[in-house]
Write a protein that binds this ligand. Sequence first.
Ligand code: CP
Ligand code: NVA
Length: 303
Amino acid sequence: MKRDFLSVTDFTADEIRENLELAIEVKAKTKEGKSPNVLNGGAGALIFHKPSLRTRCSFEVGFRQLGGSAVYITDKEIELGKRESIHDVAKVMSRYFAAICIRTFSHDNVVALARHADIPVVNMLTDLLHPCQLMGDMQTILEHKGTIDNLTVTYLGDGNNLTNSWMRMAQRIPMNLRIGTARDTMPSEEILKETQEAGISQVTVLHDPVAAVKDTDVIYTDVWASMGQKDQAGDKAAKLAAFQVNAALVSHAKKDAVVMHCLPAERGREITDEVIDGPQSVVFDEAENRLHAQKAVLIKLLG
Ligand code: CP
Ligand code: NVA
């Protein structure tokens, strides 16, 4: 049976752990100029309905390093469900490609695409989730902390697709997940409830940023206004000002805490230059690890 990667919960906890180990191995091999030839000349479809630097480049390079190629497709070629049905798009693409990777607005459309496709579908970001980012982030944590278990992880800022993805990760890997956000910038209530019910991790929402970062191991932030919501930027900035990741706030975390950001960053808004360019920041390791973590996911799916 073909498998998809639409949420980190599509993998079991063991599969996540194995995949992170594989990503670290693939990273080392790539640096020696030895990547596994999984694609054997096959191609990946990269459908983008939103902009991207990291995701587009890391997937294109990743497909090449795995012995294949990638085709970049925009809404000029495919507007899901408009020029033709999602069913027909899925069936046609399944005849050309080894995998379909997609970044779009509606998560439901990606679920429908995966349902109809005969090949693996990978979520490259929807309004709901960004699972590939989380795999690169967990690889980065493993490299810097030597473990992914039982850490305190503080997500600060807008309750968005990254917050939801952290909660989904907390349904698999035990952590003390603290979400520091304003009262009306909360993440998905449904995902929060399912995470609390999963009973793997402790997940707490705090509206006090200092309490949220106190003695934490990982501080994570993201833009306050996501793609498709840029018109709300002023409003979100007013609500989230207290959650800016700056030196004063970071000083409440553990001395060896790492600071993470999926990027792109709006420097001076959700994070200051001093912190993002400072010694605790691992943001460019995260960006690099997207490449290797995604190759590990593709190796798993394409087997
Ligand atoms: N972090 C991330 O997904 O970056 P892009 O939007 O540039 O792909
Ligand atoms: N939350 C951000 C993540 C960008 C990688 C967005 O959806 O725009």
